[in-house]
Design a protein around this ligand. Structure first.
Ligand SMILES: NC(=O)c1ccc[n+]([C@@H]2O[C@H](COP(=O)([O-])OP(=O)(O)OC[C@H]3O[C@@H](n4cnc5c(N)ncnc54)[C@H](O)[C@@H]3O)[C@@H](O)[C@H]2O)c1
Ligand SMILES: O=C(O)C[C@H](O)C(=O)O
Length: 347
C-alpha cells in the first residue's frame, strides 16, 4: 500500500495542478470583503498551490461596487485565480461552493452593542442557510464572520439541517490573534513565539481570553506565559479587557470595524481547518458544543481546537480553575440569551 505522503509527493513531482476550489464570500463589496478577496486570490487562505474560483455575493444597492471589485481582481492578474462570479443572486453565489465565508451583514457602528445588529443579521442568516443547503457542495465548510457571529452561525446551522454541524463555524481567530499580539507586545517577543492562548465563548465583550495554558518560546525552551509575564494581576484584568474590547477600540479609532485583521484571521481559520494545525499548537474556533467543558450542547462556542485532515477536534482535558470556570459560564450564558433573542427576532 502506498502511503498518502508518498502519493502526495509523487503528485507534486508530476506537477499535476489541483482542481480549483470554489470560495464564496458574502458581503464582498464591503470593507472586509475588499481586504479578503485578494488574500484568497493570492493563496493566503488555501495555500500557494491551490487554484481558486471566487463567488462574490452582495445586495442590489452594492451591485456596482461589487462589479468594481471584480474588475480589480481581473486587473490584479492573480495566477491562482481561475474565475470570478460577482452576483446579487444568492442561489448563483452558493452554487457548488466548497468554502463559504459569510461576511455579509450590517456592521456595528460606534456606540452600538452587538445585540443591536441582531435582528438585521439573523434573518439574513436564516435565508442564506437554505441557499447553502440547496446549492453548495455537500461537504462545504462554512465560516461566519458577520456579527453576532456565533449566533448567526447557530441560526445557519439550525436552518440548514442537512449541512453537517461540524462544517459550520464562526470566527474567533481574530480574538485569538489579538491575545497573541498583546502577549507579544508585553514581552517584546515575536508573536510567532507565543502560542496556545484560548478564546472561550462568544465573539463579544464577554469572551474569555485565557492564558493559563499558553507558552512562549525562549532561548532556554518553552515557558509558560504566566511564568514569563510574572504579573498575574495584569493577566487577570487589563489583558483580558483589552482583548475583549479590541473590536470597540478599533471602531473608535477608525470609525469603522476591523477589516484587514478580520480578513487575515478568516484566512488563518480556514487554512488551519483545511490544511491542519502545527503539531503541539491549537487555535480558537467557534464550533458547535458537544458538551465539552460543561458547555451547553448545540451552542456555537469558541473552544481550543486542533485540526487534521480537514476536521477540527476540541482539545480535551485542560485543567480549568475557578476563575476560568466563572468566565466560561458567563459567556455561555450570554450565548444562550442571544439564542433566545435571535429566535424572538425571527418570529
Ligand atoms: N467575527 C469577527 O471577528 C468580525 C470582525 C470584524 C467584523 N465583523 C463583522 O463582519 C461583518 C462585515 O463587516 P464589514 O466591515 O465588512 O461591513 P461592511 O458594511 O463594510 O460590509 C458588509 C457588506 O455586506 C453586504 N450585505 C448586507 N446584507 C447582505 C446580504 N443579505 N447578503 C449579502 N451581502 C449583504 C453589504 O451590502 C456590505 O457590502 C459585520 O457584521 C461586522 O460586525 C466580524
Ligand atoms: O466588535 C465589532 O463589532 C467588530 C468586530 O467584531 C471586531 O471584533 O473587530
Amino acid at each position: 500500500m502506498l502511503s498518502w505522503k508518498i502519493i502526495r509527493h509523487m503528485w507534486s513531482f508530476l506537477n499535476v495542478p489541483k482542481d480549483p476550489c470554489i470560495v464564496l464570500v458574502t458581503g464582498a463589496a464591503g470593507q472586509i470583503g475588499y481586504a479578503l478577496v485578494p488574500m484568497i486570490a493570492r493563496g493566503a487562505m488555501l495555500g500557494l498551490d491551490q487554484p481558486v474560483i471566487l463567488h462574490m455575493l452582495d445586495i442590489e444597492p452594492a451591485a456596482e461596487a461589487l462589479n468594481g471589485v471584480k474588475m480589480e481582481l481581473i486587473d490584479a492578474a492573480f495566477p491562482l485565480l481561475k474565475g470570478v462570479v460577482a452576483t446579487t443572486d444568492v442561489a448563483e453565489a452558493c452554487k457548488d461552493v466548497n468554502i463559504a465565508v459569510m461576511v455579509g451583514g450590517f456592521p456595528r457602528k460606534e456606540g452600538m452593542e452587538r445585540k443591536d445588529v441582531m435582528s438585521k443579521n439573523v434573518s439574513i442568516y436564516k435565508a442564506q442557510a437554505s441557499a447553502l443547503e440547496k446549492h453548495a457542495a455537500p461537504d462545504c465548510k462554512v465560516l461566519v464572520v458577520a456579527n453576532p457571529a456565533n449566533t448567526n452561525a447557530l441560526i445557519l446551522k439550525e436552518f440548514a439541517p442537512s449541512i453537517p454541524e461540524k462544517n459550520i463555524t464562526c470566527l474567533t481567530r481574530l480574538d485569538h490573534n489579538r491575545a497573541l499580539g498583546q502577549i507579544s507586545e508585553r514581552l517584546d517577543v515575536h508573536v510567532s513565539d507565543v502560542k496556545n492562548v484560548i478564546i472561550w465563548g462568544n465573539h463579544s465583550s464577554t469572551q474569555y481570553p485565557d492564558v493559563n495554558h499558553a507558552t512562549v518560546t525562549t532561548s532556554s525552551g518553552e515557558k509558560s506565559v504566566r511564568e514569563i509575564v510574572t504579573d498575574d494581576n495584569w493577566l487577570n484584568s487589563e489583558f483580558i479587557s483589552t482583548v475583549q474590547q479590541r473590536g470597540a477600540a478599533i471602531i473608535k479609532a477608525r470609525k469603522q470595524s476591523s477589516a484587514l485583521s478580520a480578513a487575515s484571521s478568516a484566512c488563518d481559520h480556514i487554512r488551519n481547518w483545511v490544511l491542519g494545525t502545527p503539531k503541539g499548537t491549537w487555535v480558537s474556533m467557534g464550533v458547535y458544543s458537544d458538551g465539552s467543558y460543561g458547555i451547553q450542547e448545540g451552542l456555537i462556542y469558541s473552544f481550543p481546537v486542533t485540526c487534521e485532515k480537514g476536521e477540527w477536534s476540541i482539545v480535551q482535558g485542560l485543567k480549568i480553575d475557578e476563575f476560568s470556570r466563572a468566565k466560561m459560564d458567563a459567556t455561555a450564558k450570554e450565548l444562550a440569551e442571544e439564542k433566545s433573542l435571535a429566535y424572538s427576532c425571527l418570529n
